[in-house]
Design a protein around this ligand. Structure first.
Ligand SMILES: [Zn+2]
Length: 441
C-alpha cells in the first residue's frame, strides 16, 4: 500500500483546505456574477429568488441559490443555457435525453484546457506517465468518454491508441502487438475483453503489458474490480464524471482506493437531502450536487446529478487534500445506465407510443450475466389487431421498434411483442423496470 503517489498538479491537488476554500469562494462569487450577466435563465432564476453574487459571503451561502437540473437544459435545447455564443465553442458533445431530445454540452478553448488538466490528474493518479501506451476503448463521438480520455493522454504526453469500442478480437491483438500498458473502457467491456482473450487462448496477464485501467461510466462493484484485476493483471481505478459538468475528469481514485478525489478547484461538490434539498454534511449519504467553478461555455450552478453518494474530507495518505466521494450508490431518479449509456424508461415509452399497433403496456428488463455486457430487453403488448394478423406481422413490428429504439436510445434493445393482456397489471404505480444487475455480483 505504501506507494509513491504521483500527483499531476501539486499546487492545487494538495492545497491546504483553508486556501482551497478561499479559492472556491472567490470562484463561486465570480461564476454566479458571470452567469447572471450572460445567461437569461440564471438572471430570471436569481432575480425571482432575490439573490445575487453579493449574497455569497461564505461557501455555506451557496444554499441560498436555487438548484438546476437536466430538465432546465432540456427545456433550453440546444444552446439556451450557454454563456457564450456558439462560435466561441471549440467542441460540442451530447448525451441522449429522456424523450429523444439530447442534452448538449460545449467547451470553450479554456474549458478544453480545464478538461485536459483534470484528465491529466486522472492518469497521473493511476501512476500513468508520458512513457505509457494508452489503449482507449471508450467510444469516440458525441459521448464524452473517448475524446476526454484522448485529451488527457495528449496532455501528459503519452501515446494514445484511439481504438474506440467494438471489434473485440482486434482489440486483443492491438493490446499485444502495440504494447498497450493502460486500458480505458467501461467495466463491463473490460470483462468482455477478458472473456474474448480467454477464448483466443491469450493470457492478458502474461501476453500483454497492461498494468493500469480506468473504468467507469456505469455502476460496478468491488467484485467486478477483483475479476478484472485478476483476468488482466492490472490495477483498476474507478473514475467518475458526467457530460454536463465536464465529462470524465470530475473525480478519480488514487492508489489508496478509498474513494474518488474530486477536482474541487474546478467542481464544487455538495451533498443534499434529495427529498428536501437541505445541505447534508460530510459522511452522510445523499444526492451529489455540483457547481462548475471555472467553466465558461456551459457553467452550471448547483446542478443536481441524481447520483447518490457520500463525501469524505479526512486527508488522504496520498497527499491530496481534495475530498473523496464514494462509489455512486444508485440514483434518486429512474435513470438506467446500460453499457455506459443513460437510458430513461420514459424514452422507451416515448418510442413505443409511436406505434399504433402496440398497446401502452410494457416491461423493461435489464440484466448483466457474468462476463457479459448489459442486456436491455423490452416486452410490449400487441394490439388485438396486430396479434390476430400473425407471427410474420409481429416479427416485422419487432424489427421496426428495435430500429426506433436504437435511434432514440443509442443502445440496442431486444424487443419482444407479446400477447395483449399478458403483461402483469399493477394496482398502484406500474412497475415497468426489472433491473437484475445488482444480483450476482
Ligand atoms: Zn488519495
Amino acid at each position: 500500500m505504501a506507494k509513491k503517489a504521483l500527483i499531476w498538479n501539486e499546487e492545487f491537488e494538495t492545497m491546504p483546505r483553508p486556501d482551497l476554500e478561499k479559492l472556491q469562494l472567490e470562484r463561486l462569487k465570480k461564476i454566479v456574477a458571470y452567469c447572471m450577466e450572460r445567461v437569461p435563465f440564471y438572471r430570471e432564476l436569481y432575480t425571482q429568488a432575490g439573490v445575487s453574487a453579493d449574497d455569497i459571503q461564505s461557501l455555506e451561502d451557496i444554499a441560498k441559490l436555487p438548484f438546476t437540473n437536466k430538465q432546465d437544459l432540456r427545456d433550453r435545447y440546444p444552446f439556451g443555457m450557454f454563456a457564450v455564443p456558439v462560435s466561441e465553442l471549440k467542441q460540442i458533445h451530447a448525451t441522449s435525453g429522456t424523450t429523444g431530445k439530447m442534452t448538449v454540452t460545449g467547451y470553450t478553448a479554456n474549458d478544453m484546457e480545464v478538461w485536459a488538466e483534470t484528465m491529466a490528474r486522472v492518469y497521473t493518479a493511476g501512476g500513468v506517465t508520458a512513457d505509457d501506451i494508452i489503449h482507449n476503448a471508450y467510444g469516440y463521438g458525441l459521448f464524452t468518454g473517448g475524446l476526454g480520455f484522448h485529451l488527457g493522454a495528449q496532455k501528459i504526453g503519452a501515446t494514445v491508441i484511439p481504438v474506440s469500442g467494438g471489434l473485440t478480437k482486434r482489440q486483443i491483438e492491438i493490446m499485444q502487438d502495440f504494447g498497450s500498458t493502460v486500458l480505458n473502457c467501461t467495466p463491463s467491456y473490460a470483462l468482455v475483453l477478458a472473456e474474448e482473450a480467454e477464448a483466443m487462448g491469450v493470457d492478458l496477464r502474461k501476453d500483454t503489458k497492461l498494468r493500469v485501467g480506468f473504468f467507469g461510466a456505469e455502476p460496478w462493484t468491488d467484485r467486478m474490480r477483483e475479476e478484472i484485476e485478476e483476468a488482466m493483471g492490472l490495477e483498476a481505478y474507478d473514475i467518475y464524471g458526467l457530460a454536463e459538468i465536464i465529462g470524465p475528469g470530475v473525480s478519480v481514485e488514487c492508489p489508496y482506493h478509498n474513494g474518488l478525489h474530486i477536482a474541487e478547484d474546478h467542481f464544487l461538490p455538495e451533498i443534499i437531502d434529495p427529498a428536501t434539498g437541505e445541505p447534508l454534511g460530510y459522511d452522510q449519504l445523499g444526492e451529489l450536487v455540483f457547481t462548475t467553478l471555472t467553466k465558461e461555455g456551459l457553467p452550471l450552478i448547483r446542478y443536481r446529478t441524481r447520483d447518490r453518494t457520500i463525501l469524505h474530507a479526512e486527508k488522504c495518505a496520498c497527499g491530496r487534500t481534495m475530498v473523496r466521494m464514494e462509489k455512486v450508490l444508485g440514483r434518486t431518479d429512474d435513470m438506467l445506465v446500460i453499457r455506459g449509456i443513460n437510458v430513461f424508461p420514459s424514452q422507451v415509452e416515448h418510442v413505443l407510443l409511436q406505434f399504433e399497433e402496440l398497446e401502452p403496456q410494457y416491461m423493461i428488463l435489464v440484466d448483466r450475466e457474468k462476463r457479459r455486457l448489459d442486456t436491455l430487453e423490452v416486452l410490449v403488448e400487441a394490439s388485438h389487431e396486430l396479434y390476430a394478423s400473425g407471427e410474420e406481422a409481429i416479427k416485422e413490428t419487432e424489427k421496426k421498434v428495435k430500429e426506433a429504439m436504437r435511434e432514440t436510445l443509442y443502445v440496442s434493445a431486444a424487443v419482444r411483442v407479446v400477447e395483449p393482456g399478458s403483461i402483469e397489471r399493477s394496482m398502484g404505480k406500474a412497475r415497468r423496470v426489472v433491473d437484475k444487475r445488482e444480483v450476482g455480483f
